[in-house]
Design a binder for this molecule. Structure first.
Ligand code: TRP
Length: 339
């Protein structure tokens, strides 16, 4: 079992990042340890340059996300934690895979279509070939399990297609160069929405800071944001079906369930029939209690440049070691060095 996943260094980490992706990393890190496998988690800083970006901010955001991951329980002693840019094998393998990936495959990627919109001609080449780098990220390590959100499933399928075609074209069946990775889409992954608009994902780029709970918020701020969160006037239903047309109410119940490690049904079992006047304070209390140790670790580590640099340097050294054999095999298979 080899778990490999990447996360964008978005900056301003929030509750949505935590409950969406990071909780799942922590679970898989522990599963890999029990199974005698390994877990690699990296900051996808190379991917970040596919869109206009500010270099100083990118670096700060990368460090901030490392602090977030560690604060949330990604343990650098159990997980190889690093940033792509320090492991040159990612970019190198991407080029080798570019000979195998097909224009038509990339043209079908919905993320490319969404991000490029009507202005394809004006996009960077990196935005177009983004999924090839993503394929390199996982194929480089012979990943077996790749935890991703639903929106990244198509990129993982592309990685499998690239691996399969490469193996077919350049390797024998007995000695394939690449392992086909399996996407792991957590069944109960909580999709956390904005506190102001139940139809938009909680996001660092939303205008209003009231729409998200940041991992740097103090308890009073967290409580105030929950108190002010948009809701409707109805009491909570006692079954999940009653939340169907009530996205804001569903979101608050989802947050409660995710933090309590329970389910929407169970939360409604307890709070069904009650209004937000009693549910919101309970949610605020739970959120503060769950986040305060994380917020505390995060704020301490965020400013500790030395520790963050050391974590990344060590992770990168480990990642490079793991990457060397597969990259060498790819060079040999392509006839770029003597087989
Ligand atoms: N594209 C992913 C995202 O936006 C991040 C990512 C980059 C990734 N490389 C990866 C995820 C490799 C899984 C495996 O969320």
């Amino acid at each position: 079992m080899r778990v490999v996943s990447g996360i964008q260094p978005t900056g301003t980490p929030h509750l949505g990042n935590y409950l969406g992706a990071i909780v799942n990393y922590v679970r898989l890190q522990d599963e890999a340890e029990v199974a005698g496998g390994d877990c690699l988690i990296f900051l996808a800083d190379l991917h970040a340059i596919s869109m206009p970006h500010d270099p100083a901010r990118l670096h700060a955001a990368t460090l901030e996300m490392v602090a977030t991951l560690v604060a949330c329980g990604v343990d650098p002693r159990k997980t190889v934690l690093f940033n792509q840019a320090q492991v040159h094998q990612h970019a190198e393998l991407q080029w080798l895979l570019s000979g195998t990936a097909r224009m038509g495959w990339l043209n079908r990627m919905t993320q490319w279509k969404d991000k490029a919109g009507k202005n394809r001609e004006g996009q960077s080449v990196a935005l177009f070939s983004y999924p090839v780098l993503q394929a390199a990220d996982v194929l480089l390590y012979q990943a077996t399990h790749v935890p991703v959100g639903e929106d990244q499933k198509q990129h993982l399928e592309l990685a499998r297609d690239i691996a399969q075609k490469f193996n077919n074209d350049f390797a024998s069946e007995e000695a394939p160069v690449f392992t086909l990775p399996e996407p792991i889409i957590p069944p109960g992954a909580a999709r956390i929405m904005s506190l102001r608009d139940g139809s938009a994902k909680m996001s660092k780029s939303a205008d209003s800071d009231m729409s998200r709970i940041n991992l740097s918020d103090d308890p009073d701020t967290i409580a105030r944001k929950i108190k002010k969160a948009k809701t409707d006037a109805e009491p909570l239903p006692s079954e999940a079906k009653g939340l169907e047309a009530r996205p804001e109410a569903l979101n608050l119940v989802t947050i409660y369930a995710a933090l309590a490690g329970s389910s929407v049904e169970a939360v409604l079992g307890e709070y069904g029939g009650q209004g937000f006047g009693s549910f919101k304070p309970a949610l605020a209390e739970l959120t503060v209690a769950s986040l305060s140790p994380i917020v505390e670790r995060f704020t301490a580590l965020r400013d500790d440049r030395e520790s963050l640099d050391a974590i990344l340097a060590r992770g990168a050294a480990q990642a490079r070691e793991l990457a060397i054999p597969t990259l060498a095999a790819a060079y040999r298979a392509l006839g770029l060095v003597r087989a």
